[in-house]
Design a protein around this ligand. Structure first.
Ligand code: SF4
Length: 363
């Protein structure tokens, strides 16, 4: 039995082990992408969400200063070699900043491996599913050329089903968070290990963890977090110290990636079905109404009485939604506050003061 989260391997260790076994590494920028497809070709996806606190000096020479810190830190870390020597870089078109990054990396001399940007549909429905399935098929053909591997339809489907099992357990960890007795910071280290652990390792760990039954007694103020990524992660300890009880999240990197399984027997179509059925997300063009409905459901299901929008400075897709979402939540009796952070710098002291004042007003 593992001791959580101390025994979680680091990204570096996981990468080294995968390479040691003859595998390839794909660095993947946010947010949605076909994990199962990469795995079927021997690539282990390593997601790039920052890293926080990384100097943006490299980015300053190439990227506009008003681009967000996820893109600036990620670019700097990649071109400085901090992220190792990947075999592939995948850049989903989650927003204009990422689209710009993807285009720039295509010709960037310091990036020696192939770079594959791809467009995500901004709608649901059959047309979006068919488009995305065709896009995954096109990526698959390129990966065949790159690797010389030719996984069968059966292999691709098996890979997708492995990811679906990991996603099923990830959703359970989110839902049953209260009974495992993990502080928020530890819980989110576990949840976020889905960003770099192979699905089968994550599944084993999640099964062990779900056997724990150590419900804590929380007298804190129940709330939800929403945003892109829970970074810097010290915000989770800060919230706990200030008396918050985190009941759920709507982060793009966490709660908005609780993908339900697909149902098609065609692997590409099934990957697309699963991805498009994730909870509403500004980065997939979901409507304000859908996002409000989802947040209200999360709040009613968890007992949360407030939402803290913890966003990234200059993140236009999120900021665009914020005024309307907050107004709708307020009309429904759900309080909220908004914090915008820059991953390149440490959390300013005033964030603690603002959180304390907000929680004080709720108590
Ligand atoms: S933080 Fe916002 S602007 Fe930056 S990459 Fe993510 S979605 Fe795009």
């Amino acid at each position: 039995m593992m001791t959580f989260p101390q025994e979680l391997p680091t990204r570096k260790q996981v990468m080294a082990r995968h390479r040691g076994n003859g595998g390839r590494i794909a660095l993947v920028f946010p947010v949605h992408y076909p994990r199962a497809l990469l795995r079927a070709f021997g690539f282990l996806p390593m997601e790039v969400w920052g890293p926080p606190g990384f100097s943006t000096a490299e980015a300053d020479a190439y990227i506009q200063v008003y681009a967000c810190s996820v893109v600036r830190c990620g670019f700097s870390a990649l071109v400085s070699g901090r992220l190792g020597s990947p075999d592939l870089v995948l850049v989903p078109h989650a927003c204009d900043s990422l689209q710009g990054l993807g285009s720039m990396l295509l010709d960037f001399p310091k990036v020696e491996c192939p770079v594959r940007p791809f467009y995500l549909p901004r709608a649901g429905g059959d047309a979006a599913r068919d488009y995305l399935a065709a896009e995954f098929q096109a990526i698959s053909r390129e990966l065949e050329e790159l690797t010389g591997l030719h996984p069968s339809g059966h292999d691709l489907l098996a890979s997708q089903k492995r990811e679906e099992e990991a996603d099923r357990l990830l959703a359970r960890l989110h839902r049953e968070r209260g009974r495992m007795g993990l502080p928020s910071l530890d819980l989110y280290r576990v949840l976020r290990s889905r960003e770099y652990l192979p699905a089968e390792s994550f599944t084993n760990m999640a099964r062990q963890l779900l056997h724990r039954h150590r419900p804590g007694t929380s007298a804190g103020i129940p709330l939800l977090l929403s945003g892109i990524v829970p970074e810097p992660m010290e915000i989770l300890s800060l919230l706990a110290d200030a008396g918050a009880d985190l009941r759920g999240d709507d982060y793009a990197c966490c709660g908005r990636r609780l993908y339900p399984p697909g149902s098609s027997a065609d692997p590409f179509r099934r990957m697309a079905e699963s991805l498009l059925a994730a909870p509403p997300d500004s980065l997939r063009g979901s409507s304000v109404q859908d996002r409000v409905r989802h947040l209200l459901q999360l709040s009613h299901g968890s007992g949360a009485k407030a939402v803290i929008f913890h966003g990234i400075k200059s993140c236009e897709p999120e900021l665009f939604y914020l005024p309307q979402i907050r107004a709708a939540l307020e009309s429904a009796g759900l309080a909220s506050m908004s914090l915008q952070v820059d991953l390149a710098v440490s959390l300013p002291g005033q964030v603690r003061t603002r959180i304390e004042a907000f929680l004080e007003a709720l108590s």
